[in-house]
Design a protein around this ligand. Structure first.
Ligand code: THU
Length: 139
């Protein structure tokens, strides 16, 4: 599914966020821009670290910004993810598994858009990206 015009407004914001990335190790600059159910926009970028596993993804940085601003009632309506190579060339990207799990926590019905090989943006429903996701059972 092509991104809806409404959600397409997130694309340039995700690209702008990617330019803020701190990615001296992978050189992959990733940005995310989300719209909350309340109608607000939040952005994030990847932040790497010399201790490689502790680096963080753009999507979860944007979610953290949203929760910080809106609190526990934050719900995800739509998110766009963009990536660039070190030379500034746009790259196809799709959210990693950990980010998919984070996205569905806040909006299994949210629209997730990202650039595909060939350059078109694809829009999918967050829950469709992660069938059989982990749900914390009642203990
Ligand atoms: N990365 C993201 O920011 N989001 C994803 O969904 C996948 C990967 C970042 C993490 C790391 O800084 C770089 O891309 C290479 O994995």
């Amino acid at each position: 599914m092509r991104a809806s015009p409404d959600n397409a407004t997130l694309h340039p914001l995700a690209e702008q966020a990617a330019r803020q990335a701190y990615a001296p190790y992978s050189h992959l600059r990733v940005g995310a821009a989300l719209r909350s159910a309340a109608g607000n926009i939040y952005c994030g970028c990847n932040v790497e670290n010399g201790a490689l596993p502790i680096g963080g993804c753009a999507e979860r940085a944007a979610i953290a910004a949203a929760v910080q601003a809106e609190g526990a009632n934050f719900r995800l309506a739509a998110i766009a993810v963009a990536a660039f190579a070190a030379d500034g060339a746009p790259l196809p990207v799709s959210p990693c598994g950990a980010c998919r799990q984070a996205l569905v926590e806040f909006g299994a019905g949210a629209a997730v858009s990202f650039r595909q090989p060939g350059g078109n943006w694809l829009e999918v429903i967050a829950g469709d990206l992660l069938p059989h996701r982990f749900v914390m059972p009642e203990c």
